[in-house]
Design a protein around this ligand. Structure first.
Ligand SMILES: *Cc1c(COP(=O)(O)O)cnc(C)c1O
Length: 353
């Protein structure tokens, strides 16, 4: 027998979520599969999302793996190239390149003469992470247009608050101003903007999180949005302890029993990717019933309260997140976001499809 933890990746949920995106827009869909497909496995995700018009990720090596696996769609490299030596690979593998900084424009002179490069010029519309500020865009555009190897140019930006009450109005107006003189493709929307702000859709939308079945919004659940969780992290109870009043649990005695109670020990810890900082009371599902964690999450195990589940015991199935236990709820309890939980899944957790 193997240790009972596993991550189930539901391909039909991925397909469903892509359909939700498809129904919401007439723009082309660029599925974001960075960070190993948000922890779901890059090639597995690309396979389930093969109806996408494009894929976006960070690593040129990953893009090469996608091409070698036979994917013919547009592949966008979100941080562009990191050095002149990367440039030949863009030509060889027909990769599309984000250009976000002046140093990249300067390096472009090293681009192979024979290569034909599609670039996405990134505009900094207020997030102040990557991109050219509006006053720099005209000149960057001019440089790209003059470049012998540059084929198609797309203008892009990224929103800092599309999932928040503040929304996209300011950066959208700024971007539209900058883009107005050019008759070229545009791309702005992440999942939140795709779902809530049709005026941002442009020519390419760039959904990530929603494809994995999580809601980007605090005020709308994945289920309300028609999304299905693509990852279910589950394990089993491997031991039970009967506590007396005053007994404490785990490292640092983070929990102390006020009365006699039963607790279960679950084979899942922070070395599997479960957040160590999840406090007492983080929700889990035990045999399909809601329960709560207690005490400090350790490397390989965590504790759940079985007081209200007398039928539960060794062997009971525990869902940490996924089907029946929204990852957003777990993330909120643990003071983080579902993105981080998905990406944190570690290599030792067996994946089943
Ligand atoms: C990660 C990323 C996205 C996807 O964002 P979600 O919130 O996961 O939909 C879109 N665009 C860029 C530039 C990104 O880096």
């Amino acid at each position: 027998m193997h240790r009972p933890i596993q991550a189930h990746i539901n391909q039909s949920a991925l397909e469903n979520n892509l359909h939700v995106a498809r129904r919401a827009t007439s723009a082309r869909l660029m599925s974001i599969i960075k960070a190993d497909g948000y922890g779901h496995g890059m090639l597995r995700v690309a396979g389930a999302l093969s109806a996408s018009d494009g894929f976006a990720l960070l690593d040129i090596q990953d893009a090469m793996r996608l091409r070698e696996a036979g994917f013919r769609q547009t592949i966008l490299i979100l941080e562009g190239f990191f050095g002149a030596e990367d440039l030949a690979l863009f030509a060889e593998y027909d990769l599309t390149c984000v250009i976000h900084s002046a140093w990249q424009l300067a390096l472009l002179d090293a681009y192979p003469k024979s290569g034909k490069l599609d670039v996405w010029l990134k505009v900094n519309s207020g997030m102040n992470r990557l991109g050219f500020v509006p006053q720099q865009v005209a000149q960057a555009m001019e440089q790209l247009r003059r470049h012998r190897a540059v084929r198609e140019i797309t203008l892009m930006t990224h929103f800092a608050n599309a999932d928040e009450a503040r929304g996209v109005a300011e950066p959208l107006a700024l971007f539209n101003d900058v883009a107005a003189p050019y008759r070229i493709s545009r791309s702005l929307a992440n999942s939140a903007a795709l779902l809530r702000y049709p005026e941002t859709h442009g020519d390419w939308v760039r959904p990530g999180l929603m494809l994995y079945g999580a809601s980007p919004f605090a005020d709308a659940s994945a289920q309300q949005l028609g999304l299905k969780p693509a990852m279910t992290l589950s394990s089993r109870i491997i031991a039970v302890q009967e506590l007396r009043a005053g007994d404490e649990i785990g490292y640092g005695a983070l929990f102390r029993a006020e009365h006699a109670m039963r607790i279960g020990i679950v084979a899942c810890g922070y070395a599997d990717g479960y957040p160590r900082h999840a406090p007492n009371g983080t929700p889990v599902l035990v045999d399909g019933q809601r329960a709560q964690t207690l005490g400090r999450v350790s490397m390989d195990m965590l504790y759940v309260d079985l007081s209200k589940l007398p039928q539960a015991g060794v062997g009971s199935r525990v869902v940490l997140w996924g089907e029946g236990m929204p990852i957003e709820e777990v993330a909120r309890a643990a003071g983080t976001v579902s993105y981080e939980l998905m990406c944190a899944l570690t290599a030792r957790v067996p994946v089943v499809v």
